[in-house]
Design a protein around this ligand. Sequence first.
Ligand code: NAD
Ligand code: DAU
Length: 339
Amino acid sequence: MNIVVTGGAGFIGSNFVYYLLKHRPADRVICYDALTYAGNLHTLEAARKNENFTFVRGDIADREAVASLFRQEKPEVVVNFAAESHVDRSIETPDIFLKTNVLGTQVLMDACRQFGIRRYHQVSTDEVYGDLPLDRPDLFFTETTNLHTSSPYSASKAGADLLTLAYHRTYGLPVTVSRCSNNYGPYHFPEKLIPLMIINALQDKKLPVYGAGENVRDWLYVEDHCAAIDLILQKGKVGEIYNIGGHNERRNIDVVKIILKELGKPESLIEHVTDRKGHDRRYAIDPTKIHRELGWLPQTKFDVGIKATIEWYLTHRQWWETIISGEYRNYYARMYDER
Ligand code: NAD
Ligand code: DAU
């Protein structure tokens, strides 16, 4: 089978590429990625040595390039990870989020219709449900929770989800959608909470916690997310949405303190900074459907996954040092210097 993985040079997409090469050795994996600031060919160095792997550089919103990808590679399955993914950047510059996340999804699905496909899978997020109050631990997001977005990022992801489901109902496109909670693990770009805190702590730099740090995220090890998507491709029902999450809710401040403790660094490195605009309070996924219908359960407990992740950043210094010595410096200054 030929599987196109868009956004496969980013965090979760690259982990999914490696997951497929390991667990589906009979399949051909084609990574289609524009290599934006978040895409990184170094991440795919090992994959590029595998004869079942092909890398094609291109933008999902570029109709001509996408058509030529389909003509050349004849995909039977497309898994769309390609997106602008960082909430803080969406607050600065929403336009590119709409272009890539909404129009890019449309262009990909138009190509799927034109050339024919066995499955189009849209990788979405729990952020489409908005947030939950901190004092209602009994509430969770299910697949039928109303969409109620807070940021330009989450609004663009919700738009893409609706379009995906509309292409199924209107044109009969065989789609599935998954909505996952916060991932962590190897190859996570250092603008996001966990890698940013690990890398700053390793450099004895301040750890910028937004507000009081009481916001709650539901953390899932990236490999568990990859396994869930693979399962949806194998056994998921067309036209369905599947929530993915491991019931692992943590306050940001507690995650940061765990990282400091693991690295033997002092809590005095923590600096409370101005909060994110429209900051979602709590995300919490109810994963009952994917467990009951497909038999998925997460395999990696947080205390094991976070140690493995920290170890990965310790042993892959060159990977992140290259990133933080480039354009990232301007981003960091813009985002944090006057905060
Ligand atoms: P990422 O920012 O690390 O990677 C995104 C990748 O997409 C990069 O390789 C980038 O080059 C590529 N890309 C961006 N615009 C493109 C375009 N126009 N055409 C082709 N490629 C393009 O993102 P991530 O954290 O790996 O997230 C991947 C997907 O998973 C996204 O759709 C995101 O919404 C979703 N998601 C992420 C999380 C999370 O915790 N990170 C959780 C749930 C869902
Ligand atoms: O829930 C899934 C989503 O998780 C994905 O759809 C997004 O693509 C992904 O980026 C992530 O969104 P978050 O906004 O939850 O992740 P982020 O790592 O940016 O922030 C996690 C929490 O940490 C959030 O409450 C904001 C806070 N934070 C973040 C940064 C970067 C800080 O306190 N300080 C920081 O410097």
